[in-house]
Design a binder for this molecule. Structure first.
Ligand code: SF4
Ligand code: ZN
Length: 292
């Protein structure tokens, strides 16, 4: 039986060794930390602010406009950021004329998490640029990573697979580096840490995720882990050590240009966020107002 103090110590040492092993904070003086109110990102902001107090950190919360849920998450994110003494930047997607549930009326209705992911990535990167942040840390854990890899390997998406890594370097001034300090921590470990440190977090699931393919894949991975203990770690290590070096050589090097609408980096004339936004705004126009 491990005591709480040892558990906290073990967790923090493991996160620190992951950060150092992959050189996540090399040259980083200012860091944006994405917070959602969930256990992973609440563990992330607590552990990073504790381990690296000399780095200038700003937490970033993207308010997605999901009724009740987004407000509840904001309250928790504010509370934890206050507790750990990190400034919190809040961006509301409703300021852009839509909310995430509006995607239910677009062709993205069965892939709403994919659309939501594009929205979050875009705003995190944009905020990092506007605030001069060198890198953005996200709370992706081992389970999230294995779930995504599982799907990408099944579909043979080589370019996408090559992008799943602990550190994605920044490009120019408009594309901040991305780091995943919890990529080797399981969901259970993050849960133990928030509980052991009395860190508040939102326990309920986002109401838009119910029955999604992502949830079903996570369930499947949990079942495999029960039958083959260590499956998640083995899968992840094989990806990092065996596949990633070769895939990086094979995957094409993309040429970035500026989006004609927003000016942020993209591979085509219009970035995927601006395309997504124009589709959802058409729906909002049709229904009268955001979220109606
Ligand atoms: Fe967005 Fe899906 Fe997460 Fe809900 S579960 S916040 S829709 S990515
Ligand atoms: Zn754009």
């Amino acid at each position: 039986m491990i005591c709480q103090a040892c558990l906290i110590d073990f967790y923090e040492k493991k996160v620190k060794s992951t950060v150092l092993k992959y050189g996540m904070l090399k040259g980083v003086r200012s860091l944006g930390v994405a917070v959602s109110g969930g256990k992973d990102s609440m563990a992330l902001i607590r552990v990073l602010s504790h381990l690296f107090p000399t780095i200038n950190m700003k937490a970033i919360y993207i308010h997605l406009g999901i009724p009740e849920y987004s407000d509840k998450c904001e309250v928790v994110a504010r509370k934890v950021c206050e507790e750990v003494g990190v400034e919190l930047i809040i961006h509301r997607v409703s300021d852009e004329g839509y909310i995430i549930p509006d995607f239910q009326y677009t062709p993205f209705k069965s892939r709403i998490c994919g659309a939501c992911g594009t929205v979050k990535r875009y705003h995190l990167n944009r905020i990092a640029y506007e605030h001069g942040l060198d890198a953005i840390a996200t709370g992706h854990n081992l389970d999230d990573t294995v779930e995504v890899l599982f799907e990408l390997y099944l579909r043979g998406e080589v370019d996408e697979i090559a992008r799943i890594r602990p550190v994605s370097p920044g490009i120019g001034t408009k594309m901040a580096a991305r780091i995943k300090p919890l990529i080797e921590m399981t969901e259970e470990e993050n849960l133990y840490y928030v509980d052991a440190t009395n860190t508040p977090y939102v326990e309920s699931w986002c109401p838009l995720v119910k029955g999604s393919r992502m949830m079903r894949r996570k369930e499947l991975i949990r079942m495999i882990e029960e039958k083959i203990p260590g499956f998640r770690h083995t899968f992840f290590k094989s990806h990092i050590k065996r596949f990633l070096p070769r895939l990086e050589e094979l995957s094409r090097h993309v040429q970035l240009r500026e989006c004609e609408i927003c000016g942020m980096p993209t591979t085509s004339n219009i970035c995927s966020y601006c395309r997504l936004r124009s589709r959802v705004l058409r729906v909002v126009e049709m229904y009268g107002k955001a979220g109606s």
